[in-house]
Design a protein around this ligand. Sequence first.
Ligand SMILES: [Zn+2]
Length: 287
Amino acid sequence: MLVSAKEMLEKAKAGHYAVGQFNINNLEWTKAILLTAQENNSPVILGVSEGAGKYMTGYKTVVGMVNGMLEELNITVPVALHLDHGSYDACYKCIEAGFSSVMFDGSHYPIEENVAKTKELVAVCKEKGLSLEAEVGSIGGEEDGVIGMGECADPDECKSIADLGVTMLAAGIGNIHGKYPENWAGLSFETLDAIQQKTGDMPLVLHGGTGIPDDMIKKAISLGVAKINVNTECQLVFAEATRKYIEEGKDLAGKGFDPRKLLAPGFEAIKAKVKEKMEIFGSIDKA
Ligand SMILES: [Zn+2]
């Protein structure tokens, strides 16, 4: 059964480790992440962006697929199904469809409107038992069509959103989505420290986990980050493994064209990457 991310993240923050959010795109992705979590006795968060939700034909299909796998793969570790960077409307659609967690990305609204909409969603999510992630200070990157250096959130704004009763808070600390540019300045630990001091026990979320050096990840966890989003990195290893299979001509040998064979190396590559991340984040055996 899907669970809210609240308890797993509170435990992570108190225990100084982080739970990975791994974004899913299809059946192979979902199965690879769930099996890896179970094999390593780790809690896990499955992230679904609005685009991926649409790709998978809608949120109800996603919920049906994930719930089916939890049962048929005998998954017993805590699993949350989470809307990533949701609009106001998408949050309601996911709540309705059976997600156990949503992120309301109100970072593009003026702070007053972000507060008003977040407040409303806090009440709805509380009533229905979902966890809610809010974002302060936009997290840049290629999603916006521009590779930015990553903004830093205002710690006072973070506190005003945290005080509304959200479950976890994403704040820009120089992180960006997608691959990091060569001249990236790194994470601002000064900002992260200031945010943690203002928001206390609130689990903090680090977006754009791809390409942040391991020592920076560990330092971020020591400063209150309890959830780390990984998306691009699984896409890269999946594509690389699939390309290798085809370049080696394996799809032309015997029944190598069978999609179950063609997609197997990518599947295994995702599993290895997810395990590697769980080791770095410290979530293994924390289920
Ligand atoms: Zn993000």
